[in-house]
Design a protein around this ligand. Structure first.
Ligand code: TMP
Length: 237
């Protein structure tokens, strides 16, 4: 069997149900648009477990998602969607490309969360774009964009509160959305929510507990992911 689609950290497979897919979490980690690549034992398992628990929390709090059920350690069943080519990033504290772009030091809290959009294109390195670009490129309508912004801020509220209970500061994160194939008028949260696409800092020590450990060669990458999973489980199960 060949996958329907293979990305940097996941594979998508067909299922017997024409409306769903199997999403497999790989052990591969990439950074800097795939230039740096390592495989970590158990990464797929940790990210699947974290993402499944977080999606459960979001669904319970009224955020519609693609999630159907967990199949096993590294696979979930998800609804078929057409992924929007717009990635939505929410930032609560300065970090990463925000610091690079502005020259501002890491860790400065914002008065209000920043929502930004990037064009989902590996070829171009996911460049930052704005509402006008999105309109002219036909990536989403103005109504879609206001829905994406509103949903992302709601997810931020839910996850900021939840991760604080876990002793973690939600610094920033990236979301992807898709149009349900069954009903294209409905946009739902898709992809995964894991330490791959979030920055999480320990509230007491400030220690980085996310993919920045890999990006910056800080070591103990899977130890941090496992710790995040343990805390998420403790506060949800
Ligand atoms: P950035 O500061 O590098 O723009 O990243 C912002 C957030 O988005 C951070 O939590 C990591 C996440 N992210 C992804 O999920 N995928 C990506 O390709 C990049 C660049 C960032």
């Amino acid at each position: 069997m060949t996958p329907l689609y293979e990305g940097k950290s996941k594979r998508l497979w067909t299922t017997e149900n024409p409306h769903t897919l199997r999403m497999e979490f790989k052990n591969d980690a990439t950074a800097f648009n795939g230039q740096k690549k390592v495989s970590f034992e158990n990464k797929g398992r940790f990210n699947n477990a974290i993402s499944t628990l977080i999606y459960g929390l979001l669904e319970q709090r009224g955020v519609p998602t693609h999630f159907v059920r967990q199949i096993d350690d590294t696979n979930v069943e998800v609804k078929k969607v057409d992924i929007l080519m717009v990635e939505v990033i929410v930032r609560n504290l300065s970090a990463g490309s925000y610091c690079k772009r502005t020259g501002i030091e890491e860790g400065r809290p914002f008065s209000r969360p920043i929502v930004e959009f990037s064009y989902k294109s590996d070829e171009l390195g996911d460049p930052l774009i704005n509402d006008d670009y999105i309109r002219e490129m036909g990536l989403a309508t103005a109504d879609d964009l206001s829905f994406l912004r509103q949903s992302a801020l709601k997810v931020n509220d839910i996850l900021t509160e939840f991760f604080a209970k876990c002793g973690l500061k939600l610094v920033d994160f990236k979301l992807e959305f898709g149009r349900l194939l069954e009903d294209p008028s409905r946009i739902v949260l898709a992809d995964e929510i894991s330490p791959d696409g979030c920055r999480l800092w320990d509230l007491k020590t400030g220690e980085k507990m996310d993919k920045d450990r890999f990006r910056r060669d800080l070591g103990n990458v899977m130890e941090a992911y496992e710790e995040v999973l343990g805390r998420v489980k403790q506060n949800l199960l």
